[in-house]
Design a binder for this molecule. Structure first.
Ligand SMILES: [Zn+2]
Ligand SMILES: [Zn+2]
Length: 271
């Protein structure tokens, strides 16, 4: 059997996660990509530097949907670093003028349900249910490893569960605690939006989604896109841990449950 060396593996850092901005960095020996660029170019470069990397090495950027917390830095990064940018047609249209001009040869259309191959790294897109033009998230495959990202969805469909089941790593949404959201200061229409089928996953939704998809291969689970108003890191963590343990899943033994932060990158980790 050929042993894959540690440095030949898929490595991931959640650069930032939350309603204030999202970006995930993924690297293999041949390719370095970002999923979303929802912060300023300057802030993303700072976060990259904090894990010993630079945007100069990144070749491609995959955008999930047009909401500012996912697309704020898209135009700047494309122009400054010459990145190839991938998104579906609906998202390109919805980002429109707001991201400024991107040279035609750097703009790529990746519809949902397709795979974009980048020399050994395959990026698979899948649709989610969220109040954006045509939101899609991604699972990245490299050799026998897979890392799946799913945030910004009102629910996890059977189809999505099938696509992302038994990945080695996940970034999974735990947006809000339902009670905190209900009791909190958000206007009612906004509360309804978040709780709807095209809103965001609550801590319980995230836990149930994870219970359905984790498998023997799963080693790392990042809890992401936490609301700063309607959630607390420790509460999200405890809710998911308790619910998974209730289903006899060996949290901290079979896999690690990891927190993310809106302002700090998680250490670059082999998946
Ligand atoms: Zn978002
Ligand atoms: Zn969104």
């Amino acid at each position: 059997m050929v042993q894959i060396k540690k440095e030949d593996n898929l490595q991931v850092s959640i650069l930032a996660s939350g309603s204030t901005g999202n970006s995930t960095y993924i690297e293999t020996p041949d390719h370095k990509i970002l999923i979303d660029a929802g912060l300023s170019g300057k802030k993303i470069e700072e976060l990259m530097n904090s894990i010993g990397r630079t945007l100069k090495d990144v070749d491609s950027l995959f955008v999930t949907h047009e909401h500012t917390d996912h697309s704020k830095g898209v135009g700047v990064l494309a122009r400054r670093y010459g990145l190839n940018v991938y998104a579906n047609e609906g998202t390109w249209e919805a980002m429109g003028q707001r991201i400024g001009k991107i040279p035609g040869e750097q703009k790529h259309i990746l519809p949902a349900g397709k795979v974009q191959s980048l020399g050994g790294m395959d990026v698979e897109s899948f649709s989610v249910s969220h109040d954006a033009a045509d939101p899609q998230f991604y699972e990245v495959h490299y050799h026998d490893r897979a890392f799946a990202i799913i945030t910004d969805t009102g629910y996890v469909s059977d189809r999505v569960r099938g696509t992302i089941s038994d990945a080695d790593g996940y970034l999974f949404e735990c947006n809000h605690d339902v009670e905190m959201l209900r009791m909190g200061g958000y206007p009612w229409p906004l509360k309804q939006r978040i709780l709807s089928d095209t809103g965001h996953l609550s801590n319980e939704d995230g836990a149930n989604g994870l219970i359905d998809v984790v498998g023997h291969r799963t080693k790392q689970i990042y809890l992401g896109h936490l609301s700063q108003e309607n959630n607390v890191k420790a509460l999200a963590h405890m809710t998911v841990q308790t619910m998974m343990q209730g289903r006899d899943l060996a949290v901290d033994h079979d896999f690690a449950l990891l927190d993310t932060d809106p302002n700090y990158a998680t250490p670059l980790t082999v998946i």
